[in-house]
Design a binder for this molecule. Structure first.
Ligand SMILES: C[S@@+](CC[C@H](N)C(=O)[O-])C[C@H]1O[C@@H](n2cnc3c(N)ncnc32)[C@H](O)[C@@H]1O
Length: 248
């Protein structure tokens, strides 16, 4: 079934299909704000459980990729930027009992939940949370980390250029990065998944997915930040729904 006929099968108007196909123009970024805090709609405890249930599979894939492809050295010290409820760093620490993980997180509400999750998963002595923003990590010395990782946080960073410079500063000379996020310049196939299937799957949380896409950077924007930061050994990978930045 072609995408066009799939749209029609889902009862989407022809006019709208044409508009989506034509909408190559990338809309300006709509910032989401940085730290994520408790809201009247949900607490970070609820957010944490929701993410564990819905994103657990994706988190496991990221951890598998880190262990198999990036392969941090024995005893590695790892920094996770914007860990939120902390599942990736916590499960990575469980899989690799030799590593230590620091989580740099501006939200006190997220840190409260992440600390409890680390304790419940019996890794609290090797997982530590630091309050701060990626754009200014002055509390962290140069060349401390073997790996800096981040998932779904880049679209919150107001100044990725400073963020990348700071990450580069706290990495060891042979340190690795793995930064994964959404992309704003979605093609037709991705728009179909987000706008049609996404609504069905994510239900009333769909609006948060949509707003994180609207806040995200395009691969070209990320590439420009890397060039401005004078970083030439990280590369930008893309798939139809997102981007990842990795060390060459
Ligand atoms: C959408 S959550 C993702 C949480 C987690 N990484 C995950 O994959 O489930 C984004 C996280 O990044 C944090 N954050 C936002 N701006 C940040 C910044 N400038 N520096 C570091 N963390 C930031 C937020 O507080 C939030 O915990």
């Amino acid at each position: 079934m072609s995408l066009k006929s799939a749209y029609h099968a889902f009862g989407i108007k022809k006019k709208w299909c044409k508009q989506m196909a034509k909408s190559k123009k990338i809309r300006p970024r709509i910032p989401e704000g940085e730290a994520i805090l408790d809201t009247p709609e949900f607490t970070m405890e609820e957010y944490s459980e929701r993410m564990k249930k819905n994103m657990g599979f994706e988190y496991r894939n990221i951890i598998k990729h880190i262990i198999k492809s990036i392969d941090p050295p024995q005893g590695a010290i790892i920094l996770e930027i914007g860990p939120g409820p902390g599942w990736i760093g916590i499960w990575l620490a469980k899989e690799r009992p030799d590593v230590r993980v620091d989580g740099l997180e501006p939200s006190a509400d997220m840190q409260r939940v992440a600390r409890k999750n680390a304790k419940d998963e019996n890794v609290a002595e090797r997982v530590n949370y630091i309050t701060g923003y990626v754009e200014n990590m002055e509390m962290i010395p140069d060349q401390k980390y073997d790996l800096v990782l981040s998932n779904d946080s880049l679209h919150h960073w107001e100044n990725p250029l400073n963020g990348f410079k700071e990450i580069s500063r706290v990495l060891k000379p042979d340190g690795k990065v793995y930064i994964k996020d959404e992309r704003r310049d979605l093609g037709l196939r991705a728009k179909f998944i987000v706008h049609v299937l996404g609504r069905l799957i994510a239900g009333n949380w769909w609006k948060y997915w949509k707003s994180s896409i609207d806040a995200s950077y395009t691969p070209q924007e990320v590439q420009q930040f890397l060039e401005q930061a004078d970083i030439s050994n990280w590369f930008v990978n893309t798939d139809f729904l997102g981007i990842s930045i990795e060390t060459k």
